[in-house]
Design a protein around this ligand. Structure first.
Ligand code: COA
Length: 329
């Protein structure tokens, strides 16, 4: 069998209607618009207010959009992977709920947890399935309802995160296109720099864990900032070197949207003109697994077949990586 490639043939997204502005946050915690904008680049973020709706709702809407835009029958989908740290339930997987909602009756479905690197790792998994010949069409979704695990009394973290979902459809190609190469890393030594202390099997929910706010995410911002800046810049430079790419060759940088200063440092290191960097952190904040597919969807009209994209992310775990994609449509 000749080598197969996994190309991205379409994108979809969903963001909730409710806009949580920096000005509204000023009324909730001791912060101010100027501090948030200059330290992070964030002006506002979207929040899924409806108590009955969760991550699967947003993931389903993103999936429906990509199916519609590509004219794909859900029964053609072989695999659904949802990257998330905020699943509807501990189990079943959010991907199973999406599978039911969209009527992908032939697909098997599972979640992937790699925090802010979740979408990249899921993209790698999905593309490997296609390259192996075992799958023809794979839906890869990044979706997070971060508002469900954010402590809105903690000014260090509550200003950073928002809710949203993005999806891509991967399909098999004979020509060299789609996911060309990837470099992924993990460093479990620093697992507690960014994590959700309770709710898992180590500290199941109890009165004490609730009283201590241990079901909300915790982040030691300064070291995470330093490691994220180094990690994203280094891994992006590494993937460029492996593929003989210069800043001139790369058409788009698609960075995880955690902090505008981290994004700028990565673009600088790659020798990239700022006009080639996808940035929407100002509107959505950090939507964890959704940031990269949200960017791909928002920029999809400006992408042409053959465009060279470097996707890069850094997140809890610690996890980080970069993926080199040639746009397929
Ligand atoms: N409003 C106003 N002041 C705030 C604040 C807020 N929301 N949050 C923190 N501060 C204060 C701090 O208390 C501190 O005050 P002090 O000097 O009197 O102690 C001061 O601002 C500086 O805090 P510091 O944490 O050093 O700020 P920073 O420049 O590192 O920015 C982050 C904080 C969170 C924006 C930054 O560390 C960051 O982006 N970290 C990484 C995020 C990330 O990449 N996440 C992981 C990948 S998903």
């Amino acid at each position: 069998m000749s080598k197969r490639y996994a190309g991205i043939t379409g994108t979809g997204h969903y963001v909730p209607e409710y806009v949580l502005t920096n000005q509204e946050l000023e009324t909730i915690v001791d912060t101010n618009d100027e501090w948030i904008r200059t330290r992070t680049g964030i002006r506002e973020r979207r929040i899924l207010k409806d108590k009955d709706k969760a991550t699967s709702f947003m993931a389903t809407r993103a999936a429906e959009e990509v199916l519609e835009r590509t004219g794909t029958d859900p029964k053609e989908i072989d695999v659904i992977i949802v990257a998330t740290v905020t699943p509807d339930y501990m189990f079943p997987a959010t991907a199973c709920l999406v599978q039911k909602n969209i009527g992908a009756t032939r697909a098997y479905a599972f979640d992937m947890l790699a925090a802010c690197s979740g979408f990249l790792f899921a993209l790698t998994t999905g593309s490997n399935m296609i390259e192996s010949g075992r799958a023809q069409k794979v839906l890869v979704i990044g979706a997070d309802k971060m508002s469900s695990i954010v402590d809105y009394t903690d000014r260090n973290t509550c200003i950073l995160f928002g809710d949203g979902a993005g999806a891509v459809l991967l399909e098999a190609f004979e020509e060299e296109t789609g996911v060309i190469d990837y470099v992924h890393y993990t460093d479990g030594d620093d697992q507690c720099l960014l994590y959700q202390p309770a709710g898992g099997s180590k500290r199941p929910a109890s009165h004490e864990t609730v009283d201590l706010h241990l079901h909300s995410l915790r982040q030691d911002g300064r070291p995470v900032f330093k490691k994220a800046t180094e990690g994203m810049a280094d891994v992006s430079a590494e993937i460029m070197k492996r593929n003989n790419l210069t800043g001139e060759d790369v058409d788009w940088l698609v960075p995880h949207q955690a902090n505008l200063r981290i994004i700028s440092a990565t673009a600088n290191r790659m020798g990239l003109d700022p006009s080639k960097v996808m940035i929407n952190i100002d509107k959505y904040g950090n939507t964890t697994a959704a940031t990269i597919p949200l960017c791909l969807c928002e920029w999809s009209d400006r992408l042409s077949k053959g465009d060279k994209l470097v996707l890069t992310a850094f997140g809890g775990g610690l996890t980080w990586g970069a993926t080199y994609v040639k746009w397929s449509v």
